[in-house]
Design a binder for this molecule. Structure first.
Ligand code: KIV
Ligand code: ZN
Length: 517
């Protein structure tokens, strides 16, 4: 078993992360993220599940074509057409990997697969063998491993090694296991591996809030690959969070004696990109990347911090790319000052993108005296928010007061036409959202959640609104930023509608076009 001090980071934000309710991404967004993950230093990028649809194969192919250093993995079940689709997706990658899985727990084998143990072992032999005939790097995952009979799990992994697997992944598919149990399982599988050149990998879901703890327990027991997602997004309660694992390994090097290839200073920027693309806000208290992760409120803490930051900080904000603004920009700042600051914040913009951000910067600087880093992040993010442009907010008007019923009028462009509606509500935000809902004919969409945060301090702070909407089972998120809270809310709602339209498109393409045989 390979147990040197290097822990491979396998990022599945584009696959398991995209399976989060409401986190579908466009191809353009996936390519942008894949490039940033590669720059971050991720060892493996799981680009998707090609058998899902022709669209998914095409998107995995394009990711494979742009990524040079990281391995690009395609997920597949053991069935032949899945493996062919996955290979079709990744074969052009500079460093392809096939990731093949089948469930090994009694529950899954009996009720989902309807296969006996012997049949599952046969599937592993055949599936892994076929993958290996195409690709030198083959990972085998035993789905629901942590609820599988340990004796059978060992047999399954032994079978995968014999068939040519180079990585054995032990998924805690339903986030059920405890660190002590997972340690035992990893220990048992290590015995199966013995001295073979095979890596043991972890893949933990967060249903009980233990995904990171379980992944770290596995590393302490010799696992050398961790599967994780940026911001911990993923099915249900999410996957283990990339940033938390990487920083735990780094901060507690004394304990783990390991390192990763992640350029940790890029973490904050990549976290922001994932949040913008998915519309999913990062909770303020989220470790490493939350807004409060390095904020010190209590006087006693502030005093300690001023004497020596190590009193209350176990890592420096700069280590994860959280920079403190030394230069505050304003309306007299030029394009070069803006560009310089954006580069420090981790943005690489083309000349056209910079010109567009500079335009927006000037408009904002006319309304707001000091432009802080958070304002700049929001200005850059506007491009991302506008990518899904089925609906475009053209104009809103609103009125209200202590004695007047809040009223709003919204004009939204879609299908090549502008549509206007008026509505009243129990507050201006509610009235505007109602007007947009009517203007866009989205009567059955419900607002499930709404949040507002001030991006910076002061009376002229920009507000970021986050919304969650639902239509039947389909959940979508949206964000919007503006100096006016009603406008921020309107933008967030339109952004969520655009995310929803995209998800519908993806679902329809999956349902109407089966993958090739
Ligand atoms: O959670 C899981 O079991 C998975 C496997 C397909 C690796 O995502
Ligand atoms: Zn998973």
């Amino acid at each position: 078993m390979i147990t040197d001090g290097y822990v491979y980071i396998f990022d599945t934000t584009l696959r398991d992360g995209e399976q989060s309710p409401g986190c579908s991404m466009t191809l353009e967004e996936k390519l942008r993220l894949a490039r940033r993950l590669e720059d971050l230093g991720v060892d493996v990028i799981e680009a998707g599940f090609p058998a899902a649809s022709r669209g998914e194969i095409a998107s995995v192919k394009q990711i494979a074509a742009v990524v040079e250093k990281s391995q690009v993995a395609g997920l597949c079940r053991t069935r032949e057409q899945d493996i062919l689709a996955a290979w079709e997706g990744v074969k052009a990658a500079a460093r392809p990997r096939l990731h093949v899985f089948i469930a090994t727990s009694e529950l899954h084998m009996k009720y989902k697969l309807k296969l006996t143990r012997e049949q599952v072992l046969e599937e592993i032999r055949r599936g892994v063998g076929l993958c290996r005939s195409f690709c030198d790097s083959v990972e085998f995952s035993a789905e629901d491993a942590t609820r599988s009979d340990i004796g059978f799990l060992k047999e399954a992994f032994a079978c995968a090694i014999d068939a040519g697997a180079t990585v054995l992944n032990i998924p805690d598919t339903v986030g059920y296991t405890m660190p002590s149990e997972y340690t035992t399982i990893v220990g048992e599988i290590s015995q199966v591996v013995g001295d073979k050149e095979v890596i043991i990998s972890t893949h933990c879901h967060n249903d009980l809030g233990l995904a990171v703890a379980n992944s770290l327990a596995a590393i302490a027991t010799g696992a050398r690959q961790v599967e994780c997602c940026v911001n911990g997004i993923g099915e249900r309660a999410g996957n283990a969070s990339l940033e938390e694992i990487v920083m735990a390994i780094k901060v507690r090097k004394d304990l783990f004696g390991c390192n990763t290839g992640i350029k940790t200073q890029e973490i904050a920027a990549v976290s922001r990109i994932v949040s913008e693309i998915t519309g999913m806000p990062v909770p303020a208290t989220k470790p490493i990347v939350g807004r409060n992760a390095f904020a010190h409120e209590a006087g006693i803490h502030q005093h300690g911090m001023l004497s020596d930051p190590r009193t209350y900080e176990i890592m420096r904000p700069a280590d994860v790319g959280v920079t403190e603004s030394k230069i505050i920009l304003g309306k007299h700042s030029g394009r070069y000052a803006l560009q310089d600051r954006l580069i420090t914040l981790g943005y690489r913009l083309s000349t056209t993108q910079l010109a567009a951000v500079f335009e927006r910067f000037k408009v904002l600087a006319d309304k707001k005296k000091n432009i802080y880093d958070e304002d700049l992040h929001a200005l850059v993010a506007e491009d991302t928010y506008n990518i899904r442009s089925r609906y475009e907010l053209i104009n809103i008007e609103f009125k209200g007061g202590t004695e007047t019923e809040p009223w709003a009028k919204a004009t939204v462009a879609y299908n090549g036409q502008q549509h206007t509606s008026e509505a009243t509500g129990n507050g201006p935000v509610n009235a505007v959202i109602e007007a947009i809902r009517q203007a866009t004919d989205n009567d059955s969409v419900t607002l499930e959640d709404y949040g507002l945060t001030a991006l910076t301090g002061g009376a002229d702070a920009q507000a970021r609104a986050s919304v969650k909407i639902a239509e039947k089972e389909l959940v979508s998120h949206g964000q919007g930023t503006h100096i006016d809270v009603v406008m921020a809310s309107a933008l967030a709602f339109v952004n969520a509608l655009n995310h929803q339209a995209l998800q519908m498109e993806i679902l329809n393409s999956r349902n109407s076009k089966p993958p090739p045989k």
